[in-house]
Design a protein around this ligand. Structure first.
Ligand SMILES: Cc1cc2nc3c(=O)[nH]c(=O)nc-3n(C[C@H](O)[C@H](O)[C@H](O)COP(=O)(O)O)c2cc1C
Length: 271
């Protein structure tokens, strides 16, 4: 099920103008209530009617509804946000609804007002939620080409066997090949795929390899948010595969190049 959701999800930027049916809206709201993250950070989601709040994005057409997420910055808030917001994206996908992470292409102040942002809160991202239009807009097609949206880095450039100098192939990864492949397929800001992971004994240690083009804004560190997406995909896929993933902050202390940092780990049980 998780594999299907992850493989079928794509950024949807052309919607068919319809508001969600009351049934779909109620199901989405029920799923949102179940969303937690392993860091225990409180993320508040709000469903927003686009017309009522004057919300739009220059990359979207036919959008009628948004979900925004806000958080009070604290330790690990970006990773927690990425994990939780990706759960929202996959929940919408499970209902057959289209979404796209929006962290840049929006008028922030209008969205922040609609989210009733308190002075100590930030709203890193929003997503439209709706019914995917039968045909992609020309602009959407061009955007996908510009970021090579269907491309992902090869497995062995993202995952390592005990050391950065030892690329891990899917064949060598054994039972971990599936959850790591689910990480590989995840969405990321400008499709930069900054996640890296090193497998050591029974643990997978996730790291972030920053791309220098990204500024870290006060509304969020988009690449750390990407790292949270990687954790989410790994956790859900490893759970489904019966690997009993256990979240841990246990930095293995590997040598780190400039711009690379430790994020978090999962301990797994391989029968
Ligand atoms: C944290 C984050 C922020 C993003 N912000 C935007 C955005 O502001 N505008 C946009 O059009 N797409 C945005 N995206 C979507 C990415 O461009 C997209 O996920 C990536 O190109 C891969 O394409 P796919 O989602 O279709 O697999 C964002 C994605 C992430 C994860």
């Amino acid at each position: 099920m998780i594999e299907k959701l992850i493989r079928e999800r794509r950024s949807v930027r052309t919607y068919d103008d319809r508001l969600l049916s009351p049934d779909d809206l109620q199901k989405l709201q029920a799923l949102i209530k179940t969303i937690v993250n392993p860091f225990g950070v409180d993320i508040i989601f709000k469903v927003l009617n686009a017309k009522e709040h004057g919300l739009s994005s220059p990359v979207l057409c036919g959008d009628t509804l948004y979900v925004g997420g806000k958080v009070t910055p604290c330790e690990h808030w970006n990773e927690a946000y990425g994990y939780a917001f990706e759960k929202l994206i996959l929940a919408a996908q499970s209902l057959g609804l289209g979404t796209v992470w929006i962290g840049g292409t929006m008028n922030r102040s209008i969205f922040e007002k609609a989210m009733a942002l308190e002075t100590d809160e930030v709203m890193p991202c929003v997503t439209p939620v709706g019914y995917t239009a039968a045909k992609m807009s020309i602009r959407e097609g061009l955007m996908r080409k510009a970021v090579k949206a269907d491309w992902r880095m090869p497995f062995e450039e993202l995952f390592f066997d005990g050391a950065w100098s030892a690329p891990l192939t899917a064949e060598k990864a054994g039972a971990l090949a599936y959850p790591l492949e689910m990480v590989r397929l995840g969405p990321s800001a400008v499709n930069k795929q900054p996640w890296r992971a090193v497998v050591m004994d029974d643990a997978v240690h996730f790291h972030l390899k920053r791309n220098k083009d990204f500024a870290i804004g006060k509304s969020g560190d988009m690449q750390k948010i990407d790292a949270g997406i990687a954790l989410c995909h790994f956790d859900l896929a490893a759970q489904e595969a019966g690997l009993n993933p256990q979240f841990q902050l246990s930095n293995p202390g590997l040598p780190l190049e400039d711009g690379t940092e430790y994020i978090a780990s999962y301990k797994v049980t391989i029968a």
